[in-house]
Design a protein around this ligand. Structure first.
Ligand code: COI
Length: 359
């Protein structure tokens, strides 16, 4: 792939964020973005890195009417020796391929995915924050652009990547968050598109999230759509429940996202001697475990959320504390081990990180 680069003059570059400790999530964007188009008869063409700027979109574009859109999320980190690291980017490329297939979109070739991420991140390396807990969030996105109001897959596609220096996803940082267990609204159903990383899943979550936020909860914990009984995910992360030395996480049943952090936590936990069960877990089992004391900790996992301790669950008018609303030892151990690998501070026995350049 030959990437055309449209350079910005030095004196026109944006000023860097002033306090990396106050970045939050997804509010600051870098100078450049990557774009590439799929056109019928031509294939993937016009790979370009140019200024981060608004798009001009045909008002009849399929994405604007029928939400033919998918995205990914990954991060670039700076290691203590100055190397720029990505965490399992080939897994994001693969998942984006599967999401595209599910949404009837032209998949973006996996090798182009890695090449474009590497080229853009290297060009934008001054934006990678170095403060603890910060990183450069990478958001590859694919949208259906063909202009047509009939409900059909788009004929043209735009793939783009934008970058955002970020801190913690939740305002709590690495502190326990509160979850509202939603037992009316649902995020996704088996047979639907819950396992694809498509914007519609997130749009579907907004109303319940707003309701939960109004009541003071950090996020919604979704139950399955058929029986309103089994724990699914949080929307911004997969869930893990800790029973002493055993971890239970909902199995990939088609309606939850196959998280890359989720898969990594499973492998990491097993290597540390934990037993991991991927299986349906009902909200009743969770509540009983909390009441009886066998459920000792809970946490979520995700690229943006990393590993986030859960301090309480609110379900049907009752609030249940998890580990007395404190960060538990298992959660802390997994968080520290994972983050140390991601930031190149510890050995990487699983060959998860890829160095793509240096500062
Ligand atoms: C990620 O963790 O990268 C995600 O895509 C979750 C997001 C909705 C912030």
């Amino acid at each position: 792939m030959q990437i055309q680069i449209e350079k910005i003059l030095d004196n026109e570059l944006k000023p860097l964020y002033s306090d990396p400790g106050k970045l939050g999530f997804g509010q600051v964007f870098t100078d450049y973005m990557f774009t590439m188009r799929f056109q019928p008869g031509k294939g993937w063409v016009e790979s370009k890195i140019g200024p981060y700027t608004p798009f001009e979109i045909n008002p009849a574009a399929v994405v604007l009417h029928y939400s033919q859109e998918i995205f990914e999320g990954l991060k670039a980190y700076v290691a203590p020796d100055g190397r720029i690291l990505l965490f399992r980017p080939e897994q994001n490329a693969k998942r984006m391929y599967s999401s595209a297939k599910r949404m009837c979109m032209e998949p973006f070739p996996e090798e182009y995915f890695l090449e474009s991420v590497k080229a853009l991140v290297n060009l934008e390396k001054r934006w990678i924050p170095k403060a603890p807990g910060t990183s450069l969030y990478i958001r590859p996105t694919l949208v259906g652009l063909g202009a047509a109001l009939g409900v059909h897959p788009a004929s043209e596609y735009l793939f783009f990547i934008i970058l955002s220096p970020v801190g913690a996803y939740y305002k709590e940082g690495f502190n326990p968050i509160s979850l509202y267990v939603e037992d009316f609204y649902t995020r996704a159903v088996i047979g639907g598109v819950g396992e694809a990383k498509t914007g519609g899943n997130y749009a579907a979550s907004l109303m319940a999230a707003a309701k939960a936020a109004e009541k003071g909860f950090t996020q919604v914990l979704w139950l399955d759509a058929r029986e309103n009984k089994y724990v699914e995910e949080v929307g911004s992360m997969n869930m893990f429940f800790v029973f002493g030395r055993k971890l239970v996480t909902p199995n990939l049943n088609g309606s939850i996202l196959p998280g890359i952090t989720r898969a990594s936590v499973i492998q990491l936990a097993q290597s540390l001697g934990y037993q991991v069960e991927e299986r349906p877990i009902s909200i009743d089992e969770v509540v009983e475990g909390l009441q009886g004391g066998s459920l000792t900790e809970a946490f979520g996992s995700g690229t943006a959320a990393v590993i986030s301790p859960v301090g309480s669950l609110y379900f049907r008018d009752k609030n249940y504390l998890v580990n007395n609303n404190q960060v538990g030892d298992v959660t802390r151990e997994l968080y520290t081990k994972l983050v140390d690998i991601q930031y190149g501070k510890a050995a990487d026995p699983f060959a998860w990180v890829q160095a793509i350049g240096a500062l």
